[in-house]
Design a protein around this ligand. Structure first.
Ligand code: ATP
Length: 220
């Protein structure tokens, strides 16, 4: 029987989702040979600041951004759950849903990977999925700056892209994507001073943000 093509998983606050995320997903599909990418907006992430838009609004923006691309799908489970959003329970749920043989690739930008050792039950991640680490402007992959356990994981688990098909879990691959120095923080900062975020995220999202008055300056 043919081996299943790897499935990519891209989680984030997506507050809001932008072209940095969308190019990441698109290039992960082509460079890593993924069947598709599931976008997984976090509910209320416990390990970082509370998002600015509500979970329902962030989910709606991800759905708008993914519409029309059959290789992107949206997983609303973290947003719909009352439980805190952690990646390990999400991967356990996806394993139940998709079976033990399905290769899964947890997609992380270089900044997210560098912070991995602070995640809830992070050492379990590599037994539930592969990890695909993409370059991100301003975030060099500097193993010297990482906690020793993370650098050791990198050393022990790094492999070629082809390894993603050979097993369902367990390998770390690093790959370069078009450098786009776009962040949700910078987009929110533009909107807060009434500057245009045009060409940093899809026009349909700019319309949504205007309609719902998101990220706007506080009224005096
Ligand atoms: P914020 O500025 O609010 O922290 P963000 O723009 O970093 O948000 P997240 O939702 O935190 O976006 O990111 C989700 C994932 O996408 C993370 O793995 C992050 O590293 C990655 N990512 C976000 N923007 C880019 C980008 N421009 N290039 C590469 N990876 C990115």
């Amino acid at each position: 029987m043919a081996k299943p093509e790897p499935l990519g998983l891209l989680g984030g606050s997506f507050d809001p989702i932008h072209y940095g995320h969308l190019r990441f997903a698109e290039e992960a599909i082509s460079t890593l040979g993924l069947a598709r990418v599931r976008l997984i907006p976090a509910g209320v992430p416990k390990h970082r600041a509370t998002p600015h838009a509500t979970a329902a609004q962030r989910l709606a923006m991800v759905e708008i951004a993914a519409a029309g691309n059959p290789r992107l799908s949206v997983d609303p489970a973290e947003v719909l759950s009352d439980a805190p959003s952690y990646t390990v329970p999400t991967l356990e749920r996806l394993r139940q849903e998709l079976g033990a043989q399905q290769p899964l690739v947890l997609l992380l930008g270089a900044d997210a990977f560098a912070g991995l050792a602070s995640w809830h039950r992070w050492e379990a991640l590599i037994s539930l999925a592969h990890i695909g680490v993409a370059s991100r402007p301003g975030h060099a992959l500097n193993t010297q700056a990482w906690p020793a356990a993370l650098a050791e994981l990198w050393r022990a688990r790094s492999g070629p892209i082809a390894a993603l098909r050979e097993a369902p879990v367990g390998r770390i691959v690093q790959f370069d994507i078009t450098p786009l120095d776009i962040s949700a923080t910078a987009i929110r900062a533009l909107l807060a001073r009434r500057a245009s975020p045009r060409y940093l995220l899809p026009d349909a999202l700019i319309d949504y943000i205007a309609l719902h008055r998101l990220y706007s300056p506080k009224e005096p």
